[in-house]
Ligand binder design. Structure first.
Ligand code: MN
Length: 270
C-alpha cells in the first residue's frame, strides 16, 4: 500500500474501506493475546534518563518517548506524552481509538509548547513518540521523530516506522547510504517532534497481526549500538523478557552512550 503522502486520517479511511465487515468483528479481538515487557535505562554517559515508556497492555497500547537531548526539559517532554496516554481507555470502534490517540498526542504537543513558552524565550520542550496500538486483527504504528517500531515475523525483521530525521531524508533522497547514515555527524537531528511547533505532524502505518508476531519499540539509544540483525535475533527468543534484557545488556556493553528504552510485545494464540 503506497501511502507515503497520505495523512493519518487518509490511511485510516483507506483501511476502513479496504477491510470487509467480518474482519472487524469485535469477537475477533479476543482471538489474540498479547504479552509485553518494558524497560528503560539511563546508560553510562548521560546523567539523566530523558526517555519514558508506557506498557499499557490491558489497553493494547505501548509507547516509547525520547526527550530531546541538549534541550531543556527533555524528561518533562517525554513524561508529558506518557501522561497524556496513561489513562487511555479503549473503545470498541477502531477509528474512535486511533482518533483518540491522535487527540492525546496533540494535547501533549500543546502542553509541551505551553510549558516551554512559560519557561521563557527559546525554550524547547521536545520529544519523540513511537506507539504501538493493538486492535486485533490489526496493529497500528503511530510515531513522531526517530524512535522506532520493529516487527519480527517468522524469519523476517522489519522496521515498521520511518524515522523523521535528517539522515533518513538524505537516505530517501539517495544522497547517502544507510551505512553512511549510521555514522553521520548529524545522525541525531530529528525533523519532527512533539513540542516543537504548533502543528504536530503524526505518522501512521498499520498491519494485520499474526500469532507469534513480536514487536520492539525502542529509542535511538538501542539501535545506535545494536544492528537490525541483532534486534531480529533477540526478538526470536522464546521469552520476551530475555529478549528485552539481553538487548539492553548488549547496548550497555557497547558503551550505553544514550538513554536506552525497550518495549517488547508478542501475540500468542489462546
Ligand atoms: Mn535518545
Amino acid at each position: 500500500m503506497n501511502l507515503v503522502n497520505a495523512t493519518p486520517a487518509d490511511k485510516l479511511n483507506n483501511l476502513l474501506s479496504a477491510v470487509s465487515a467480518p474482519t472487524l468483528d469485535p469477537a475477533q479481538e479476543q482471538t489474540m493475546r498479547w504479552t509485553s515487557c518494558a524497560m528503560t535505562h539511563t546508560g553510562f554517559v548521560r546523567k539523566h534518563n530523558e526517555d519514558a515508556i508506557l506498557d499499557h497492555r490491558e489497553q493494547g497500547l505501548w509507547l516509547v518517548a525520547d526527550g530531546m537531548g541538549g534541550h531543556w526539559g527533555g524528561d518533562q517532554a517525554s513524561q508529558t506524552v506518557i501522561d497524556a496516554m496513561a489513562d487511555f481507555n479503549r473503545q470498541q470502534d477502531l477509528s474512535d481509538n486511533v482518533a483518540e490517540i491522535e487527540l492525546r498526542l496533540k494535547e501533549a504537543n500543546r502542553t509541551c509548547m505551553r510549558t516551554g513558552a512559560q519557561a521563557g524565550k527559546k525554550r524547547v520542550m521536545g520529544t519523540t513518540a513511537a506507539l504501538l496500538f493493538a486492535h486485533d486483527p490489526f496493529c497500528f504504528f503511530i510515531w513522531v521523530g526517530d524512535s522506532r517500531v520493529y516487527r519480527r515475523r517468522g524469519e523476517t525483521t522489519e522496521q515498521m516506522t520511518h524515522d523523521h530525521s535528517l539522515v533518513q531524508e538524505l537516505v530517501d533522497q539517495g544522497k547517502i547510504t544507510k551505512a553512511e547514515a549510521e555514522k553521520h555527524p548529524s545522525g541525531n537531528v530529528i525533523t519532527r517532534a512533539v513540542g516543537v511547533g504548533h502543528k504536530l505532524q503524526i505518522d501512521l502505518e498499520f498491519a494485520t497481526t499474526e500469532p507469534g508476531d513480536t514487536f520492539l519499540l525502542c529509542s535511538d539509544g538501542l539501535y545506535r549500538h545494536v544492528s537490525d540483525q541483532e534486534i531480529g535475533e533477540h526478538l526470536q527468543l522464546p521469552n520476551i523478557n530475555d529478549a528485552a534484557s539481553r538487548l539492553l545488556a548488549l547496548a550497555l556493553s557497547r558503551g550505553g552512550s544514550d538513554n536506552i528504552s525497550i518495549v517488547v510485545t508478542r501475540t500468542q494464540n489462546h
